[in-house]
Design a protein around this ligand. Structure first.
Ligand code: AHM
Ligand code: MG
Length: 341
């Protein structure tokens, strides 16, 4: 057996990263490990999703007479219970819950961090076996230690994030997370059940060639957006051909491709949804923080996503995110449009 192994696990990596900060207590590393654990449990259930016709549909009763839970509810409850058991989480907010949950035990009252998550984003894609994901954000609380956390801990802008990332349940399962230092990707090695460093120091290519949007909504977009889409579909002088269009309709999968290959992902405002569809605190901020740490950019169309001060937990914002060249180009079109439709 060769003890000089090349594998670096998520745990080992976060501990090594923590050592770079003399005052770090290791609580953030422990929290990332806990999120990793919850996502491994979720992954196990996601892998079984294709067997529902054999094992019984979610929501139905299985052979043991137990009620089967829908996967997104299962993911939500798993994250909550793992984080409640963690010594490092003061409370959570989830896209699945109306209100934040502030844990009221003694350990949690003294924990420094709160975690926000979308437990299973893109869950409508389960039926077609397309990748789905968990998105998470970690803030240092602003309320005093020694008592349960408060709503102001959850309503912080993205520029106050300590760490954020996602787990993609795809052809392989990966966790990608960012701190202000860097973005790193870890692939789940099923034989040892560990996330192992596979994509160190990820950077989003500065120039992308792929645009990603629900183009079926074009009739509802404003003139600037329509003009940008026309630009993407025409042969441009940089490429000598139009840009490619890719859209899975699962944000984690579309963002993962955008991070690795470059490009732009957009969910703009439209005539029926003045703020688009995606949630600031569960989807847009974590992805914007990660993209910024990977040299990319994220805008609401009027400013940096990370600068939006949230006023409510579930608010939505339009988003243009990805390689700098394409995000800047989209904004140029948006701002030069005379007519807002
Ligand atoms: P969800 O949180 O209900 O799963 O919805 C979010 C998903 C994103 O993953 C994806 O980017 C978007 O909805 C797709 O929306 P649409 O089907 O309108 O294009
Ligand atoms: Mg979602």
């Amino acid at each position: 057996m060769n003890p000089k192994r090349k594998l670096i696990t998520l745990d080992e990596f976060t501990i090594q990263e923590t050592r770079q900060f003399p005052n770090a207590t290791g609580e953030l590393s422990a929290l990332l490990r806990d999120i990793g654990l919850a996502c491994k449990i979720i992954n196990k259930q996601v892998l079984k999703a294709g067997l529902v016709d054999i094992l019984g549909k979610h929501g139905a009763t299985n052979v043991q007479g137990e009620e089967q839970m829908k996967l997104d509810i299962f993911a939500n409850e798993t994250l909550i219970s793992v984080l409640q058991n963690s010594a490092d989480c003061a409370g959570i907010a989830s896209e699945e819950n109306d209100n934040a949950v502030c844990f009221d035990d003694e350990y949690s009252a003294n924990s420094k961090y709160v975690v926000l998550f979308d437990p299973l984003d893109g869950s409508s894609n389960i039926d077609v076996n397309a990748p789905i994901g968990t998105i998470f954000s970690i803030y240092r609380r602003v309320s005093p230690l020694g008592q349960p956390c408060t709503m102001e801990d959850f309503l912080q802008p993205g520029n106050k994030l300590m760490a954020a990332g996602y787990v993609i349940y795809g052809s392989s399962t990966m966790m990608v997370y960012a701190t202000k230092l860097s973005v790193n990707g870890f692939t789940l090695e099923p034989s040892i059940g560990e996330f192992c460093l596979s994509h160190p120091n990820l950077k989003c290519p500065e120039k992308g060639k792929i645009y990603s949007i629900n183009q079926g909504n074009t009739c509802k977009y404003d003139d600037g957006m329509k003009a940008f889409l026309n630009y993407c579909m025409e042969s441009n002088k940089e490429e000598g051909r139009p840009y490619s269009h890719r859209y899975i309709g699962s944000m984690v999968a579309d963002m993962h491709r955008t991070l690795i290959k470059g490009g732009i992902f957009m969910y703009p405002a439209d005539k029926s949804n003045a703020n688009g569809k995606l949630r600031l605190q569960y989807e847009c901020n974590p992805m914007a923080f990660l993209m910024a740490a990977a040299n990319g950019l994220a805008s609401t169309g009027t400013g940096n996503v990370l600068d939006v001060v949230p006023t409510e937990l579930h608010q939505r914002v339009p988003i243009y995110i990805g390689s700098k060249n394409l995000v800047e180009k989209a904004l140029e079109f948006k701002h030069s449009a005379v007519n807002v439709g």
